[in-house]
Design a protein around this ligand. Structure first.
Ligand code: ZN
Length: 184
């Protein structure tokens, strides 16, 4: 089922996600709908708050041409797409500065520094626990989506100059979000 993407200014984007206790059919359905929505909008990742939900779930699909350095498998077979439930990111290493965008910020792309590598522990859709060491674009996507689940947005990482440069666009996105919310 396609879901509506919440955009900047919607207060749900600042809410912290709630841990998922077990994988129920409703959770599986939510993950499937999030994937469908992400693909329809050509995103590389999507977190629950971006579809108006607060379960700690995010989905990621980094296409092969963006994977660059392959991710390293610890105890999971990391096949795309990834559905990460209750992800916990740790052990950041190195830095990589790269253009980043977000489905909740249409047409805003800014350079953001992220770790080159991170470890992510999570529950899979099968209810089992996994851990992956990920690199490059995948590490960026994991860090970005895990941030969403904590109510943190990529614009929080911008320098004061970048904030100034993007202020007009941010204002327009916020105004658009407010008009949508009024129309509801
Ligand atoms: Zn995002």
């Amino acid at each position: 089922m396609m879901m509506e993407i919440t955009t900047y200014g919607d207060p749900i984007l600042r809410k912290k996600a709630v841990k998922v206790k077990e994988v129920t059919p409703a959770i599986q359905e939510l993950a499937a709908s999030m994937l469908e929505t992400m693909y329809a909008d050509q995103g590389l990742g999507l977190a629950a708050q971006q579809v108006g939900r607060t379960e700690a779930i995010c989905v990621i699909d980094v296409p092969p041409e963006h994977q660059g350095e392959a991710y390293v498998e610890l105890n999971a077979v990391a096949k795309m797409p990834l559905v990460l439930i209750n992800p916990v990111v740790s052990d950041p290493e190195g830095t990589l500065r790269c253009k980043e965008g977000c489905l909740s910020f249409p047409d805003l792309y800014m350079d953001v520094t992220r770790p080159r590598s991170v470890t992510v522990a999570y529950m899979g859709l099968d209810g089992r626990h996994y851990e992956l060491r990920v690199h490059g674009m995948l590490a960026r996507a994991v860090a970005h989506e895990a941030d969403h689940l904590s109510g943190v947005l990529f614009i929080d990482k911008l320098s004061p100059t970048q904030k100034m440069v993007s202020a007009g666009k941010l204002r327009r996105i916020k105004a658009h979000t407010a008009s949508l919310r009024e129309a509801e």
